[in-house]
Design a protein around this ligand. Structure first.
Ligand SMILES: [Zn+2]
Length: 291
């Protein structure tokens, strides 16, 4: 571990919290616009009720919502509580990561990782897709930045590179294997999936790429997301993440069923993966790569 300047925990946690609020505010834009393939920068934020542009001083994370009493300044239409909630969540996550990992090279990597996970979870929850820009983009970034930050913190270069590559292969490979076997068994036993890949669509032929990525009941986006998670957490970390994600998925599914009062609610796996990955980053005693 490199010699770190002596910042007090209150300063480090507070700085990370404010940074998290700002990133959370940007994530609100990402989560709304990326699945709709809209520009992230233009046009600026508008009220969904009266279309008035949001003034810069009304766009302060969390504070503006509280000052405006959760209503648009122009038409008094309600602002959804999930915007300040996501800002607060990201702020608290950033503070927790900074306090857990201190000031070091890996801390900004974990902050970026958390940002990608929150975006993937929220977009999957709402739209049932995980954009490749987050999963594959995050995988590419992770394979480079995680070993780089690890080496700067004193890890052996070859070990650091191997851990990231192995983690990515294990994370993506495990879920791909489960999905592939599940799909083959389902076909063998004559089960049909009305919702995937399309109603009444024929099973892809083994010669086609689709055959290898056709996962009824499990999106291939989850495979790509877990490969990305593996690059950041390493082989031991991604295994812990999968176990925690399975538990979290069960709990989230039960809560969802209780709230919706029905069993068939489709529920993306990305929120559970995000919970498992963030728990692996935050909980003391869990093994991280390079440690
Ligand atoms: Zn308005």
């Amino acid at each position: 571990m490199a010699e770190a300047p002596a910042f007090g925990p209150l300063f480090v946690g507070g700085f990370a919290f404010v940074l998290g609020l700002l990133v959370g505010s940007f994530l609100n834009v990402v989560i709304h616009r990326v699945p709709r393939e809209e520009s992230l920068v233009w046009p600026g934020s508008h009220c969904p009720h009266c279309d008035a542009a949001v003034r810069p001083f009304d766009n302060v994370p969390l504070l503006s919502y509280l000052i405006l009493g959760g209503r648009c300044r122009d038409c008094r239409g309600p602002i959804h509580w999930r915007y300040p909630a996501l800002e607060l969540l990201t702020g608290l996550l950033f503070a927790a990561i900074a306090l857990r990992h201190g000031v070091g090279w890996m801390t900004p990597v974990w902050l970026g990782f958390a940002t990608a996970l929150v975006a993937a979870a929220a977009i999957d929850f709402e739209h049932h897709i995980i954009p490749d820009g987050i999963s594959l983009g995050g995988l590419a970034v992770g394979l480079v930045l995680v070993p780089a930050a690890g080496i700067l913190e004193g890890a052996a270069p070859l070990l650091a590179l191997r851990q990231a590559a192995l983690g990515a292969a294990l994370g993506g490979g495990l879920l791909w294997g489960v999905g592939f076997v599940h799909a083959r068994l389902s076909v063998a036993f004559g089960r049909t999936f009305a919702h995937w890949p399309g109603e009444g669509e024929a099973v892809p032929k083994p010669a086609s790429l689709d055959y290898w990525t056709w996962f009824p009941g499990l999106g291939f986006g989850d495979v790509k997301l877990l490969a990305m998670v593996g690059a950041f957490l390493g082989p031991a970390g991604v295994l812990q993440c999968i176990l925690l994600a399975a538990l979290a998925g069960l709990l989230l599914g039960l809560v969802w069923m209780a709230v919706r009062r029905r069993m068939d609610a489709p529920f993306g796996f990305a929120p559970a993966i995000a919970v498992g990955a963030l728990a692996t980053v935050l909980l003391p005693g869990l093994r991280l790569p390079l440690l």
